[in-house]
Design a protein. Structure first.
Length: 103
């Protein structure tokens, strides 16, 4: 397992990354950064924690709305999405550290 430094909404985070998972992690970081930046830029929400919660909910909703066809590489069957979301939220909580927990 290696560590990678990433930036989300202008703030740096050190995240653990399994070997070979760099591209997937960077793709996930880009999605979170884009979603959080869009919410911030809309101007209605200022608190970083609230922006993170709204972004997580938006991304989870997008995942839930995807067709449940055969899973593609890097995705799990729909039944496991809840477990994946819980794991992702735990990783985000760990990355936020002293900034607070999402949920």
């Amino acid at each position: 397992m290696k560590q990678m430094e990433v930036t989300i909404m202008g703030q740096s985070y050190i995240l653990a990354c399994p070997d070979g998972g760099e591209a997937s992690l960077l793709e996930a970081v880009a999605s979170v950064d884009n979603e959080m930046s869009a919410i911030r830029d809309a101007g209605k929400v200022k608190a970083r924690e609230r922006i993170a919660v709204l972004a997580a909910l938006n991304l989870a909703y997008q995942l839930a709305e995807r067709p449940s066809a055969a899973p593609t590489r890097g995705t799990a069957p729909a039944a496991a999405d809840g477990v994946q979301i819980d794991t992702l939220l735990a990783r985000i909580d760990a990355a936020l550290g002293s900034d607070g927990h999402l949920l």
